[in-house]
Design a protein around this ligand. Structure first.
Ligand SMILES: *Cc1c(COP(=O)(O)O)cnc(C)c1O
Length: 357
């Protein structure tokens, strides 16, 4: 509380990001960063763009980047919105689509925790829909809503922090049952083994698909995210953006993001390496007695029947290994562990084996 703050500031509940300590030899498996680093072509594009042209403002419409995204997904550039990380894109989505008088936002009780933060920031009425007992999203919970159309529906697919993916047919059923509601699918992890709802955009003008370059493209430090949907929805987001910051992406981010998108070979080889390491990690963790949820992401969500999750995370920290633990009641016995290189996964498992014995 401060006498200088606007009225709503003290009642916000800000997102708590995973920590980023600078410790030598730290194994950082807590924020789902990609161990392989960005495409060399993206780095080269940045080097080439460093120069006197930085005196100019960047392209405020990020045209080249929107065209690259559109080409990748077989849609029109008018269906693409870009932002300074998908967190910013999501903020504009909550502000621009979900603030509806007398209508409520639906989302899972366990999902990306930033969504709750935006609901508080933008004063959005939200109804939490519990995941099933096996931590999956039940589509019919979102298709049978009687009464007023929801203000919006949002979930991550694969969901975070469970890693569980939903079939495309379920997403389609939700979109079909809610034609007057934006159905927002946050696909931060889709490239690690789920089906993208971007293929439904031609049929459903209410679907909005959100992607980030932070995970599968290994560019978390660059801050690039985008949304794909009908021009009607994208126009609304542009109105919000141009009322907030009309230059969200700097020139270096724009050129590097285009180069990363076009480097399909690097993208495929690194994401497949992570998917392979994930399968090995899941087997190793199961061998140590963990229950591991089926993951289609670059992390696994695992609990041990005899070891407290917070205790495990602390014991790992003493050994210079960071994983993520969430306090929320339903998931407080789980650890979310980012899939690293095979060597990193092995170092984690050797340490867990010692701790758990
Ligand atoms: C990482 C993540 C984001 C944020 O990505 P940025 O583009 O780095 O802001 C959004 N949604 C989910 C589900 C994520 O896990």
């Amino acid at each position: 509380m401060s006498r200088f703050w606007s009225d709503h500031v003290s009642s916000l509940s800000p997102y708590v990001a995973g920590e980023q300590p600078r410790v030598p030899d730290l194994l950082k498996l807590n924020t789902n960063e990609n161990p392989y680093g960005p495409s060399p072509k993206a780095l080269q594009a940045i080097t080439q763009a460093v120069g006197n042209r930085l005196r100019l403002y960047p392209d405020n419409e990020s045209k080249a980047l929107r065209e690259a995204v559109a080409a990748l997904h077989g849609i029109d550039a008018a269906q693409v919105f870009v932002g300074n990380g998908s967190d910013e894109v999501l903020a504009h989505v909550f502000n621009g689509l979900f603030r509806r008088a007398g209508r409520t936002l639906l989302m899972p009780d366990v999902t990306y925790s930033f969504y709750r933060t935006y609901c508080v920031l933008y004063d959005i009425d939200v109804q939490l829909v519990p995941l099933t007992d096996d931590f999956s999203i039940c589509a019919s919970d979102y298709t049978l809503a009687g009464g007023n159309a929801p203000a919006g529906i949002i979930f991550a697919n694969p969901n975070a922090p469970t890693g569980i993916a939903m079939p495309l047919s379920d997403i389609e059923a939700i979109a079909r049952a809610n034609p007057d509601t934006p159905v927002v699918v946050d696909e931060a992890y889709v490239d690690f083994g789920a089906e993208s709802a971007s293929t439904l955009l031609g049929q459903y003008d209410n679907i909005l698909v959100i992607h980030t370059m932070s995970k599968s493209r290994s560019l978390a430090g660059l801050r690039v995210g985008f949304a794909m949907g009908s021009p009607e929805i994208i126009n609304g987001l542009n109105r919000i953006k141009d009322s907030f910051n009309s230059y969200p992406l700097d020139s270096l981010a724009q050129v590097a993001a285009v180069a990363a998108i076009q480097d399909t070979a690097y993208f495929d080889s690194t994401r497949h390496a992570i998917m392979q390491a994930r399968q090995v990690l899941i087997k190793r963790l199961a061998g140590l007695g963990f229950d591991v949820l089926p993951s289609a992401a670059n992390f696994v969500f695992a609990r041990h029947p005899h070891h407290d999750a917070f205790g495990l995370s602390q014991a790992l920290r003493e050994r210079n290994i960071l994983v993520r633990h969430f306090e929320n009641q339903r998931i407080d016995q789980f650890l979310r562990i980012t899939v690293g290189t095979p060597e990193e996964c092995e170092r984690l498992c050797i340490n867990l084996a010692e701790i758990c014995q």
